[in-house]
Design a protein around this ligand. Structure first.
Ligand code: G16
Length: 544
C-alpha cells in the first residue's frame, strides 16, 4: 500500500529510541518530552485508524497536564469527546513500543484485528498546551496523521477540554455547539449569564474571583473568555505564564497535594480563589480565613455543591430523575458520608482516571463525577435532557417549576459534558454560589474534611504494585496490604491505600485519620512499608 511507504519514509524522521518502552497510562502517554517524538508520530497514525474505524473525527491533545514543564504527553479523544476506548489503549502501547522495522506490521495487526475498512476518509483534530516542547511534538502528530493519509485540523493552543468539546461538536454535526473556540465561549458564557440572572444583585466583591492559572494554557484561555462574560464575573488572574514556570509551586495539583496557597498569588483573608492545572481540566477552590488558616475546597466539595444544587432543582421542577455521584478512593471519607447519609444520593467508587468515572456516571440520569483532585463534570442522559427541555417549554406549569426547568437547561449548557473542564466548572460553581447567595466559607462548612495526606514513593518498578476493589486494596507485592491493615488499625477513623501512578514514575500513598498528625504519621508509615516491600529506591521516606 502506497500509504505504508509514506509511513515508513516519514517514520525514519521520528525514530524510536531502541529499547525504550512506554505504557499508556491513566490519561495517555506521559514522560520527559525528549522521549516522545516517535510516540506523537505514532499516535497520529493510530488516530487515523481510530477515525476510519469509527467513521468520526478523533482528537489528539499534546499535554502533560499537571506534570512538570520538562515532561509532555498525549491524550486521545474519542468521537463523543470522551477518552479513548480502553480496548484501544493496548493498541496504543503496542504501536508505541514497536521497534522501527516492526511498525508496519503493528499497523497491519490493528487493521486486521479491528477489521478496519481503509476507504473512509480520516479526520483528526489536534491541540497543544503551552509547554516549550509542545510545538514540535504536535507537528510530529500532524506528520503521523498526514503520513497515513488523514486530514487534520490544528487548533493550536487550546485547553484539553476545549479540544474534547470541538471533537464532540464536529461529530454531532454542530448539535453540541460550534466546533470553534469562539463558539465554546459563547455557549458557556451565555448559559452562565442566564444562570446568574437568577441571583439577586451582587456586589463587585461577590463577583470577584482570584484565579491561579498554573502558568499554563488555562490562564490564556480564561483571559479570552472574560470578554464574553458581560461583567458577570470579575477575575484577577495570577500565574498567567508571563514569568513563572508551568505548574511550579502553583496549579491545582500543587494546591491539593500541598494543602496550601500557591506562590505568585496575593490574596486577602476570605478572598475566593481557585487554581487550574496545566491543561485546565482540573480546578480546586480555596481561601484563607482571618486566622490565616488555609481551607481547601477540592473535587469532593465541588461535587457536593453541584449535586446539592442539581438535586434541589430537580425537586423544584418536579422531575423524578436518578442522580448519583461518582468518586475514587481519594474521596475524603467525610464527603462520602455526607453524600450518602445527609444528601441521600447514590455514591459509586471507581478506579482513578476520568475514563472510569465517566463510564460509571453514564449509568444515571444525572451523573456527577469528580476526583478529589478537581477533575470532573456532570453527565445528563439523553432522556433526562429531553425531559428537562419539554418541561422548560411547557406553558401549563407554575412559575417555580418553570424557573427550575430553565435553570436546569442553562446548567446543562454551561457544563462541558465531554470531560472535566476547569473553565466550565468555574462558571458553574460561580453561578451556584451567586444563586444561593453563598460565601466560600459557607460552602466550606457544608461538611468538615477528615485530615488527610498524600505522599509519593519512588520504587524501581511501580508496576509490582497491583490493586483491586477500585484501588482500595493492594494484591501485590505479598504482605503489603497486611502491613497497611495493621498500621490503619492503630489510628482512629483511619484509612489508607497505595497505587502506582499512571502519570508519574511514583507510587502514590493516601492516608486519612482523625487528626492531621495521625494522617501524616500513617502516610509516612505506609510509605515506609511501600519502600521496604515494593523495592524503594533512594533514601527511605522521612517523617513529615
Ligand atoms: C490525569 C487523569 C486523572 C488522574 C490524574 C492522576 O490527570 O486524567 O484522572 O486523577 O492523572 O493520575 P495518577 O494518580 O494515575 O498519576 P491530569 O490532569 O494530569 O491529566
Amino acid at each position: 500500500m502506497a500509504q505504508f511507504e509514506e509511513v515508513s519514509k516519514q517514520s525514519i524522521l521520528h525514530p524510536k529510541p531502541a529499547g525504550l518502552v512506554l505504557h499508556y497510562g491513566t490519561a495517555g502517554f506521559r514522560s520527559n518530552s525528549i522521549h516522545l517524538d516517535h510516540i506523537m508520530f505514532r499516535m497520529g497514525l493510530l488516530a487515523v485508524l481510530r477515525s476510519k474505524k469509527t467513521k468520526s473525527t478523533i482528537g489528539i491533545m499534546v499535554t502533560a497536564s499537571h506534570n512538570p514543564e520538562e515532561d509532555n504527553g498525549v491524550k486521545l479523544v474519542d468521537p463523543m469527546g470522551e477518552m479513548l476506548a480502553a480496548t484501544w489503549e493496548s493498541y496504543a502501547t503496542m504501536l508505541a513500543n514497536a521497534e522501527q522495522e516492526e511498525l508496519i506490521s503493528a499497523l497491519n495487526e490493528i487493521i486486521e484485528k479491528e477489521g478496519i475498512d481503509k476507504s473512509p476518509e480520516a479526520s483528526v483534530f489536534v491541540g497543544k498546551d503551552t509547554r516549550s516542547s509542545s510545538a514540535s511534538l504536535s507537528q510530529a502528530v500532524l506528520d503521523g496523521v498526514h503520513a497515513l493519509g488523514g486530514h487534520s485540523k490544528d487548533y493550536g493552543l487550546v485547553t484539553t477540554p476545549q479540544l474534547h468539546y470541538m471533537v464532540c461538536c464536529k461529530n454531532t454535526q454542530g448539535k453540541y455547539g460550534d466546533a470553534t473556540v469562539e463558539g465554546y465561549y459563547k455557549k458557556l458564557c451565555q448559559a452562565f449569564t442566564q444562570l446568574v440572572g437568577n441571583a439577586s444583585n451582587r456586589t463587585d466583591d461577590q463577583k470577584h474571583l482570584c484565579v491561579d492559572g498554573a502558568n499554563g494554557i488555562g490562564a490564556l484561555k480564561l483571559r479570552e473568555m472574560i470578554s464574553h462574560l458581560n461583567k458577570g464575573l470579575q477575575v484577577t488572574i495570577f500565574n498567567d505564564g508571563s514569568k513563572g514556570k508551568l505548574n511550579h509551586q502553583c496549579g491545582a495539583d500543587f494546591v491539593k497535594v500541598q494543602q496550601k496557597t500557591p506562590t505568585g498569588i496575593q490574596v486577602n483573608p476570605g478572598d475566593r480563589c481557585c487554581s487550574f492545572d496545566g491543561d485546565a481540566d482540573r480546578i480546586v477552590y480555596y481561601f484563607t480565613d482571618s486566622q490565616q488558616v488555609f481551607h481547601l475546597l477540592d473535587g469532593d466539595k465541588i461535587a457536593t455543591l453541584i449535586s446539592t444544587f442539581l438535586k434541589e432543582l430537580l425537586i423544584q421542577a418536579g422531575l423524578n430523575l436518578k442522580i448519583a455521584v461518582v468518586q475514587t478512593a481519594y474521596a475524603n471519607g467525610s464527603s462520602t458520608d455526607y453524600l450518602e447519609n445527609t444528601m441521600n444520593v447514590t455514591v459509586r467508587c471507581t478506579k482513578t482516571g476520568v475514563k472510569h468515572l465517566h463510564h460509571a456516571a453514564l449509568e444515571f440520569d444525572v451523573g456527577v463525577y469528580f476526583e478529589a483532585n478537581g477533575h470532573g463534570t456532570v453527565l445528563f442522559s439523553k432522556a433526562a435532557e429531553d425531559k428537562i427541555q419539554q418541561l422548560a417549554q411547557d406553558s401549563r406549569i407554575d412559575d417555580e417549576r418553570k424557573r427550575a426547568a430553565l435553570m436546569l437547561q442553562s446548567t446543562i449548557n454551561v457544563i462541558n459534558q465531554t470531560v472535566g473542564d476547569a473553565l466550565s466548572d468555574m462558571l458553574l460553581i460561580e453561578a451556584i454560589l451567586a444563586i444561593k447567595g453563598m460565601t466560600v466559607e459557607q460552602w466550606d462548612r457544608i461538611y468538615t474534611d477528615l485530615p488527610n495526606r498524600q505522599l509519593k514513593v519512588k520504587v524501581s518498578d511501580r508496576r509490582v504494585i497491583d490493586t483491586t476493589d477500585a484501588e482500595r486494596r493492594a494484591v501485590s507485592p505479598a504482605g503489603l496490604q497486611e502491613a497497611i491493615d495493621q498500621l490503619v488499625k492503630t489510628y482512629r477513623k483511619a484509612r489508607s491505600f497505595v497505587r502506582p501512578s499512571g502519570t508519574e514514575d511514583v507510587v502514590r500513598v493516601y492516608a486519612e485519620a482523625d487528626t492531621q498528625e495521625s494522617a501524616d504519621a500513617l502516610a509516612h508509615e505506609v510509605s515506609l512499608a511501600v519502600y521496604r516491600l515494593a523495592g524503594g529506591v533512594g533514601d527511605e521516606p522521612k517523617p513529615l
